[in-house]
Design a protein around this ligand. Structure first.
Ligand SMILES: NC(=O)c1ccc[n+]([C@@H]2O[C@H](COP(=O)([O-])OP(=O)(O)OC[C@H]3O[C@@H](n4cnc5c(N)ncnc54)[C@H](O)[C@@H]3O)[C@@H](O)[C@H]2O)c1
Length: 293
């Protein structure tokens, strides 16, 4: 049975259009307020309540692996994404894994600030609070030269990659408390550059600087801000957006001589979300297989 149309679905699909109107299809049957004494990672002490995580761009690739990993560790997870079909597959995998709390999904284009704010508020309400915000969504398109990058592509790259992260952080911040954390997703090419991803690499460099500045700003409140910096990771995004010449050699330049898999990235997010990462803030955590420049 299709969980999107199932009369008693395990998650809520909130569709928001560009005007911020919304229609809710489905009804979540597993509410927040579970009593499991679980937490992310292996730090000493036990939470009375499971962590509550909100994630931007969780339907596909690395985001899907993060949703699955957090959910399997007992977290309540809500995620937003533009792609409902991939979100459905992510949730079905979590259900098959027997997770304690089925992730909640909201179909939202993060470039729509009004819709993003409504979804964020709804997600935090449905979760009963939020302790971790993960920003993962991205748009990338290759171009041989800066002359080939249209104004539309340039805007879409920045509106998705850095505006989206900024507005998600603004929306979640009033609900974050001491011990909470924000985890952004950068890229090694935001450090070393890439001649066919000029706009994308610039947006990733902005995410790295945003992470460091926000960490400095929120440190006094006990809120940590970090950034996972992936190297080449084999996700549907790669064959979908890169030229064949790049796909054939993708990942072979790193020390380990292969691209990473999404599941090899997720543990870095778990560490940064957990109390095991309690002295980590402002960090750019490279998970690259040894791509050093
Ligand atoms: N795959 C890699 O090699 C690689 C390398 C370095 C960094 N990264 C970063 O890792 C993160 C995940 O990458 P991935 O390869 O899994 O990509 P992906 O395209 O598979 O995942 C990105 C997700 O963002 C969503 N998204 C895109 N635009 C959106 C929008 N406007 N509103 C809401 N959701 C939107 C997509 O639907 C998708 O689920 C990205 O931030 C990417 O920049 C990936």
């Amino acid at each position: 049975m299709d969980p999107l149309t199932n009369p008693s679905p395990r998650y809520c699909s909130l569709r928001l259009n560009r005007l911020g109107e919304n229609s809710v299809s489905g009804r979540r049957t597993r509410g927040p307020g579970g009593t499991e004494a679980l937490r992310l990672g292996t730090g000493a002490g036990v939470n009375a309540e499971p962590p509550r995580d909100a994630l931007g761009g969780g339907a596909d690739g690395i985001g899907s692996a993060i949703v699955g990993n957090f959910a399997r560790q007992g977290s309540k997870v809500a995620f937003v994404d533009i792609n409902a079909a991939y979100a459905r597959a992510t949730i079905e995998r979590c259900i098959a894994d027997g997770v304690a709390h089925t992730p909640i999904f909201y179909e939202v284009d993060l470039r729509d600030i009004g819709a993003l704010q409504v979804a964020c508020t709804r997600a935090i309400d449905d979760l009963g609070g939020v302790t971790v915000l993960v920003n993962n969504a991205a748009f990338q398109e290759h171009a041989e030269s800066i002359e080939d990058i249209t104004e539309e592509q340039f805007r879409r790259t920045f509106e998705t990659n850095i505006f989206g992260y900024f507005h998600m952080a603004q929306a979640a911040l009033p609900h974050l408390r001491e011990g909470s954390s924000i985890i952004n997703t950068g890229s090694i090419v935001g450090i070393v550059g890439n001649k066919i991803l000029i706009d994308y690499t610039a947006s990733k460099g902005a995410i790295h600087a945003f992470t460091k500045s926000l960490a400095l700003s929120l440190g006094e409140r006990g809120i940590r801000v970090n950034c996972v910096v992936p190297g080449p990771v084999w996700t549907p995004n790669i064959p979908g957006t890169m030229p064949m010449s790049e796909i054939e050699k993708f990942g072979h330049e790193v020390a380990l001589k292969r691209p990473g898999q999404p599941d090899e990235l997720a543990p870095a997010y778990v560490l940064l979300a957990s109390d095991d990462g309690s002295f980590m803030t402002g960090s750019l955590v490279e998970v690259t297989g040894g791509k050093l420049g």
